[in-house]
Design a protein around this ligand. Structure first.
Ligand SMILES: [Fe+2]
Length: 181
């Protein structure tokens, strides 16, 4: 790792870069899965889902570049092989038969939620363990992007036969936060 004089120790930068490489692996897997569903989706929601997944993989592609270049800015090298992406990711691949559209959406919602949980943990670690507020801020921004992508996908299937978490639809009436029911 390159020596830098930016107020972080080598150990702190090393720790942060390991976290960033894990995030890089997750987003690469999400990109692959999102593209595959963009290609495979069928049914009445074809056009909407085909389009939203193109928008999302475009964002994910930019995110991947930003994460890898942040690792370089911190004096280290990003991982860059399919083998390493699979090894360090917290989400796993969906192999086998092509699922129906609702199941595709549900799979991706759960993947985004896993990535959000992982990013939240990494934000805390960057601040508390490594005193790197810059990367904590960077990862907070990524987490918010995934929260938005998860919300958009979740909205496709809420109230449908397959819920974002794979459960049956809830029958209760929803109220805005803070409004008594
Ligand atoms: Fe396309």
């Amino acid at each position: 790792m390159r020596k830098l004089n930016i107020g972080l120790t080598d150990e702190q930068r090393q720790g942060v870069c390991e976290l960033l490489n894990r995030d890089l692996a997750d987003v690469n897997l999400l990109l692959i899965k999102t593209k595959k569903y963009h290609w495979d989706v069928t049914g009445p929601e074809f056009r909407s889902l085909h389009q939203i997944w193109e928008e999302q993989y475009t964002i994910l592609n930019e995110t991947i570049d930003a994460i890898a270049e942040r690792v370089r800015a911190l004096g280290n090298f990003p991982i860059g092989t399919a083998e390493d992406f699979l090894k360090y990711a917290s989400i796993s691949e969906h192999t086998g038969a092509v699922p129906v559209a609702q199941k595709m959406v549900s799979n991706l919602v759960q993947d985004h939620e896993q990535v959000i949980r992982s990013l939240r943990e990494h934000v805390d670690q960057c601040s508390e363990n490594f005193h790197d507020e810059g990367t904590a801020d960077f990862l907070t921004g990524l987490m918010e992007q995934h929260e938005e992508m998860a919300w958009m996908l979740r909205s496709f299937i809420e109230g449908q036969a397959v819920q974002p978490d794979g459960e049956q639809p809830p029958s209760d009436v929803r109220f805005p936060a803070g409004v008594a029911n």
